[in-house]
Design a binder for this molecule. Structure first.
Ligand code: SAM
Length: 342
């Protein structure tokens, strides 16, 4: 199956996608900012998209309710939905998601610190600086695909925790406790090891093996043996729901901006990596400059992208070309005809 790019209304096109077909959906819709976004595209054309709702929040929520309803229908049983939004409507959207996906299928609320600028809380301002976007994650079922992600430890943490150096290998390590937590109630083995009779974390055979491999040490004679935990064997720190390490393109490098509200490729790579495997199908119904499609291409996922804006489609096609994705490698359709199934 080819990757697919559609120009048209997201709800109309989503309606034509089969049930349970896509493995992950990333929604980056208008945020209910009540403004129009304008900027110059790569070829000097004006990019313009409106986020104006004459009938207020109810009109916006009706639109989003339809998008979320179509999303749950076409998402596979093991799929996840990511909804990117901000303070303008995130509290209303969470309620819609709870109603449609179910409160119990809420997975995470990601706080993405999108910039460091304090411009909106300058002197005289009567608000705290608004620096973050919200990304809600919902599952369709508890069996959803999840690849846990890790971040590198900070230098301070490494210096403080992995503060010992192996004389032979010159590798950094920390000393860990070998006691069996919970003693006999947790089924830990009890035996004598290097002169100490107690509940241990591992059985005698494993302890002896670790000792022979120089992974168990006594720092001084007659002290309780400790485990050497090597830094090289650690995955890092499990990623939390506050993401401060991915800078917005707008702050990082103005040269890379092709579209207003363009998100960083690294943000989408993170979202795609934790929720899908190679070959899975990802849908972005508001794909703007095509950031999700580029990230899918980098990570060998298949994609469907939709945007109603002609300049967005041009921008995506140009961007894909720059990434060596030729027009014959994906299908492009402008959708006006009804009754086709994707
Ligand atoms: C926030 S931007 C997406 C930016 C994108 N994530 C990126 O990194 O470039 C929202 C996009 O939704 C599109 N859009 C708004 N309403 C739409 C609709 N009903 N159907 C399809 N696209 C729509 C706009 O044209 C705009 O490109």
């Amino acid at each position: 199956m080819y990757d697919q790019l559609y120009q048209g209304d997201s709800i109309e096109i989503m309606k034509r996608i089969q049930e349970n077909k896509v493995n992950m959906i990333y929604l980056d819709p208008p945020f209910f900012t009540n403004r129009s976004f304008e900027s110059s595209s790569y070829d000097g054309n004006k990019i313009n998209f409106e986020d104006i709702w004459k009938n207020g929040i109810n009109e916006y929520l009706e639109f989003m309710r339809n998008v979320i309803q179509e999303s749950i229908r076409i998402l596979s049983k093991t799929g996840l939905l990511f909804l990117h939004c901000d303070w303008h409507a995130n509290h209303y959207l969470k309620i819609e998601l709870d109603k449609i996906f179910g409160y119990h299928n809420f997975v995470n609320e990601i706080i993405w610190k999108r910039h460091n600028s304090q411009n909106n809380s300058k002197q005289g301002s009567k608000i705290f600086g608004r620096l973050h976007d919200t990304i809600f994650i919902y599952s369709k079922d508890s069996t959803y695909t999840w690849n846990h992600l890790y971040q590198q430890y900070s230098k301070e943490y490494v210096d403080k925790t992995y503060n010992k150096i192996d004389k032979k290998t010159k590798e950094r390590y920390a000393l860990g406790d070998l006691s069996g937590p919970g003693g006999s109630s947790k089924g830990n083995p009890y035996f004598e090891f290097l002169g100490f009779k107690k509940y241990w974390r591992y059985n005698k055979q494993k302890m002896t093996k670790l000792y022979e491999e120089n992974k168990i040490v006594q720092t001084k004679p007659n002290t309780v043996p400790k485990l050497k935990r090597y830094l090289k064997d650690m995955k890092g720190i499990g990623l939390s729901d506050i993401w401060t390490d991915i800078q917005n393109e707008q702050t990082k490098n103005k040269k890379n901006i092709m579209y207003p509200t363009q998100k960083p490729v690294t943000l989408l790579e993170r979202i795609i990596s934790c929720s899908t495997k190679k070959g899975d199908l990802v849908l972005d119904p508001f794909c703007g400059s095509g950031t999700t499609l580029i990230a899918c291409n980098n990570l060998e996922r298949r994609w469907i992208g939709i945007d109603s804006n002609a300049i967005s489609i041009k921008t995506i096609q140009n961007r894909l070309e720059l990434e060596n994705v030729k027009k014959n490698q994906y299908e492009f359709k402008k959708i006006m005809v009804k009754h086709i199934q994707i």
